[in-house]
Design a protein around this ligand. Structure first.
Ligand code: ATP
Ligand code: MG
Length: 628
């Protein structure tokens, strides 16, 4: 990993020349005067004075060389449709969408809220906003009216773009009634709502406010909307964090820094080059959807696959079918999707020709050793664990095969990525920890290009939330525990608020979960700390079995519980031994695959689990409840 280390060192020690060189990857209409302005810490301003445009760099710049090549490949197993848009088709659609927004009076700096499922129009309108300098705020389609209203009030959009319905598991899910409700609750009223009518469910339009997309698009299909050249630090979008730990934060992103960072990451981290095909199965409503469904691949001249559907319908080979059909080179998914596949026939992994596929990237939650290894061995492809956050916009820790093919280790997202001066810091003293010592993963500012510039309209909350966690030092706190070993491999040990305190011992729930998962009968697990009058807290484990029928055998439940407790005791010590191990068919998760520990704890402590609109399957909580 010598090369990776050297590359990283340059990016920190000689920050300016490093990023000056990387900035040449994109088109600057006006060159920047200064690589970095860090005169007002912790606010970093990258490529000051430079003028550029995300849409120009993602679409127009590639028209000459790749006009007739696929740019956006839309696959929907929900409505059984597939459309390949060439770069020229994409340009046409984006210009039409930009003309629609302009007709509705949207100007530079105005916000446009996009509440859409995984349909190509989501990308068209994001890029259209970028083209005219409007700020988009995409809200995940799984959110309901309360979440939506919160975000509408915070972002104050002039226009909302939405649809009649999404679809999940082949059944339509109405969007418009949720949007109408949200607009009734919200204090802020957008001037117009553009509705993309997919004809999935009847859709009531409100006179004067709601407008149909199709006729407007038809009118503007030959429009050419001039690009607005933004100063590098002008905001491109606001995206709310998933809210796993509470109130969502409106992450504000810049323009030039983001374009440069994404473009560089496509090569160094994802091993991509112009003409390659990239497939991220994330929803556009999450940061991965912004960075690696829409902007990253397109900025680097690659085609992107946008997928509306689940990994198991029509069967659990659908991801592999898409990869074969479109010659995908890199797949980006989440550990949760792979754990789902693990429960299906392993033969499905070999039904398709995957020779185009070079690597698989997984991110968003801990990738346990066994799942990573299982997939990698089954497909005989490298599986790369990426660690990052909505806030950073691109990976903080990852293998970087475009820099060097260094060996990876399952359970570790490898090394700090160039640009990030990552540390492990002792919470109490604020001092850097050494190899093997646990601490909070922190970043010495300035944050690199592409990372959040601030919290939307709340500089104070930005500083307070992220930069005031350590005594005597201004460091960005990720709020995750981690460590690095003697060889320089990093490990994420869970969230700082997922730590449990048993009789004075602080234990990361992630470490205990890893132990539970080593039991051969277990598919996945969640460990939480529950209030206990003597020990402060005690651990409770919930496990999903690979084969739930095991429990039908006499005495199996008790035997498995005892075995799992023993494994934990052996690996994590007696204090970590959970009070109880309970078996469920599914864990309560957010739709982005994160376990809702807050809700489990509340149930275990007999409290109300609170706002759960982001939950994937409400039945999962009933199961937890019934085991208690
Ligand atoms: P909120 O900040 O609103 O509570 P969130 O943190 O869940 O929401 P995201 O920004 O989507 O929202 O998630 C980032 C977090 O996900 C990281 O801080 C980390 O806890 C976890 N995470 C992401 N990737 C990995 C990974 N590869 N390994 C372990 N944990 C990961
Ligand atoms: Mg977070």
């Amino acid at each position: 990993m010598q090369k990776t280390r050297e590359f990283h060192r340059q990016s920190i020690d000689d920050r300016e020349s490093f990023w000056r060189r990387e900035a040449q990857r994109i088109h600057w209409e006006t060159p920047f005067r200064q690589v970095l302005d860090y005169s007002n810490p912790p606010f970093a301003r990258w490529f000051v004075g430079g003028r550029t445009n995300l849409c120009y760099n993602a679409v127009d710049r590639w028209l000459d060389t790749q006009g007739d090549q696929p740019a956006l490949i839309w696959v929907s197993t929900e409505v059984d449709q597939e459309i390949v848009y060439t770069r020229a088709d994409l340009a046409r659609e984006v210009n039409a969408a930009a003309a629609i927004l302009q007709e509705l009076g949207v100007d530079q700096g105005d916000r446009v809220l996009i509440y859409l499922p995984m349909i190509p129009q989501a990308a068209f309108f994001m890029l259209a906003c970028a083209r005219i300098g409007a700020i988009h705020s995409v809200v995940f389609g799984g959110f309901a009216s309360h979440n939506l209203a919160q975000r509408i009030d915070d972002a104050q959009p002039k226009v909302v773009v939405s649809t009649d319905a999404g679809s999940r598991g082949g059944r339509p899910i109405a969007y418009k009634p949720l949007l109408d409700q949200a607009l009734d609750i919200a204090g802020h009223a957008p001037e117009h709502v553009v509705i993309i009518d997919r004809g999935l469910v009847p859709c009531a339009m409100r006179e004067g406010r709601d407008l149909a997309y199709a006729p407007m698009r038809a009118r503007h299909l030959d429009a050419h909307v001039p690009v607005v050249w933004l100063e590098s630090n002008d905001p491109s979008y606001v995206l709310y964090t998933s809210g796993t730990t509470g109130n969502p934060k409106g992450v504000q992103r810049d323009t030039g820094g983001y374009a440069v960072a994404l473009c560089a990451s496509m090569e160094y981290i994802y091993g991509g080059k112009p003409g390659d095909v990239y497939f991220s199965s994330s929803d556009v409503g999450w940061v991965v959807g912004h960075s690696y469904v829409v902007y990253g691949p397109l900025l680097n001249g690659q085609a992107t696959v946008m997928y509306e559907g689940t990994p198991v319908r029509p069967d659990a080979a659908v991801l592999w079918r898409i990869i074969e059909q479109y010659g995908v080179n890199a797949l980006f998914s989440a550990p949760t999707a792979i754990r789902v596949l693990k429960k299906h026939d392993p033969g499905l992994l070999h039904r398709h020709d995957l020779s185009s596929l070079e690597r698989i990237y997984l991110a968003g939650e801990p990738l346990d050793e066994l799942t990573g290894q299982w997939l990698s061995e089954a497909l005989d492809k490298p599986v790369i664990d990426n660690y990052w956050q909505t806030e950073t916009g691109w990976p903080i820790l990852s293998a970087q095969p475009g820099v060097e093919e260094a060996p990876t280790r399952f359970g570790s997202p490898s090394f700090p990525v160039y640009g990030y001066d990552v540390r492990v810091v002792d919470e109490a003293t604020g001092k850097d920890a050494g190899p093997g010592q646990k601490g909070v993963v922190a970043i010495q500012p300035p944050l690199p290009p592409g990372a959040m510039s601030t919290i939307w309209r709340n500089d104070e909350r930005f500083v307070h939330t992220y930069f005031e966690s350590f005594p005597g030092r201004m460091l960005y706190s990720t709020s995750d525990w981690g460590l690095f070993d003697e060889d320089g491999y990093w490990y994420i040990l869970g969230r700082t608020d997922d730590v449990i305190n048993v009789a004075g011992h602080r234990l990361g729930t992630r470490e205990i979960e890893e132990s539970v998962n080593t039991h051969p009968a277990v598919a996945e697990s969640a460990v939480v700390g529950v209030a206990d009058s003597t020990k402060g807290q005690e651990a409770m484990a919930f496990a999903v079995l690979r084969n739930p029928d095991l429990l039908l055998e006499d005495g199996a439940r008790d035997r498995l519980e005892a075995e799992i407790k023993t494994v934990i005791e052996q690996r994590n010590g007696a204090v970590a031994r959970p009070a109880r191990v309970r078996f469920v068919n599914t864990l309560p998760k957010t739709r982005s695959g994160k376990v809702l520990r807050r809700a489990i704890v509340a149930l275990c402590e007999g409290r109300d689990p609170g706002d759960l609109t982001t939950i994937e399957d409400p039945g999962a909580l009933d199961q937890i409840r019934s085991t208690l």
